[in-house]
Write a protein that binds this ligand. Structure first.
Ligand code: ADP
Ligand code: ADP
Length: 220
């Protein structure tokens, strides 16, 4: 069964159509790149999955749950990335991990996560004093602290240097091989090609392409 199912989903802000009759299925274990120009509807798509926006029309199921009827049950199985620019610079990575671990009922033990993600070297430094790549690794650890089945990442490699981007790619591949489903937005086509098993292209609120990276890149 699909992990995400949209059927005839439309959402407007006033007169502005943000999503228009979107239908698609995402199978478990996929790495999905959600791409499209600014204003295409990517954020709105993600916000619907997170239960933050309700479509005027259509059906949405996540993990088989009708989230328009049951808007909260699925949330504990989702991990979401914080925006890097919005962290408190005086808090350490460990502070954040401890805080998030108390938010959820079921979490990976903080020490295990630090070891597993190899964060020991910088986890006790204030986030204002670590490199961009290190900060990103803390943020990614936070996104998986609840051991989610579905992980949503918004432009995860923006502003990262080439080494940090490579580290991110291996983080994604490890999660995929452990059976997680990942959905990420990006503007980098090399990243789409390197990571994605499925690409969804949105434009003006419509799905204009949905397939493997090979299929999508052939179209362009
Ligand atoms: P993307 O994430 O691809 O940039 P969005 O989902 O943010 O696209 O936006 C889709 C469309 O909806 C755009 O035209 C955007 O301007 C509009 N939009 C998004 N949020 C709002 C809002 N809160 N009020 C009015 N229009 C909005
Ligand atoms: P992104 O490209 O990351 O989606 P946007 O610039 O589209 O970022 O949106 C940033 C925020 O502004 C979002 O919360 C969105 O809902 C809101 N927003 C976007 N477009 C409009 C709009 N035309 N009117 C009001 N709010 C908007």
């Amino acid at each position: 069964e699909a992990i995400i199912h949209f059927s005839g989903v439309s959402l407007c802000y006033g007169n502005q159509k943000a999503l228009s009759d979107v239908s698609l299925d995402i199978a478990p274990g996929q790495v999905i790149a959600l791409i499209g120009p600014n204003g295409a509807g990517k954020s709105t798509f993600v916000e619907i999955i997170m239960g933050l926006k309700k479509p005027a029309q259509g059906q949405v199921r996540v993990f088989g749950i009708d989230i328009l009827k049951h808007p909260e049950k699925h949330l504990r199985r989702i991990g979401v990335q914080l925006q890097e620019t919005k962290v408190f610079t005086k808090l350490t990575g460990r502070d954040y991990l401890e805080f998030f671990s108390r938010l959820y009922r079921h979490t990976l033990p903080v020490e295990d996560l630090i070891r597993q993600q190899d964060l020991q070297e910088f986890v006790d430094k204030p986030l204002g004093q670590v490199s961009g790549g290190q900060k990103q690794r803390i943020i990614l650890a936070l996104a998986i602290i609840n051991d989610p089945d579905l992980i949503i990442l918004d432009e995860p490699t923006i502003g990262l240097d080439p080494l940090a981007r490579r580290e991110f790619w291996s983080f994604i591949r490890k999660l995929q091989s452990s059976g997680k489903t990942l959905l990420f937005t990006t503007h980098y086509m090399d990243e789409v090609q390197a990571l994605a098993s499925q690409v969804i292209v949105l434009s003006r609120g419509k799905v204009v392409a949905n397939g493997t990276p090979e299929q999508i890149i052939r179209l362009h």
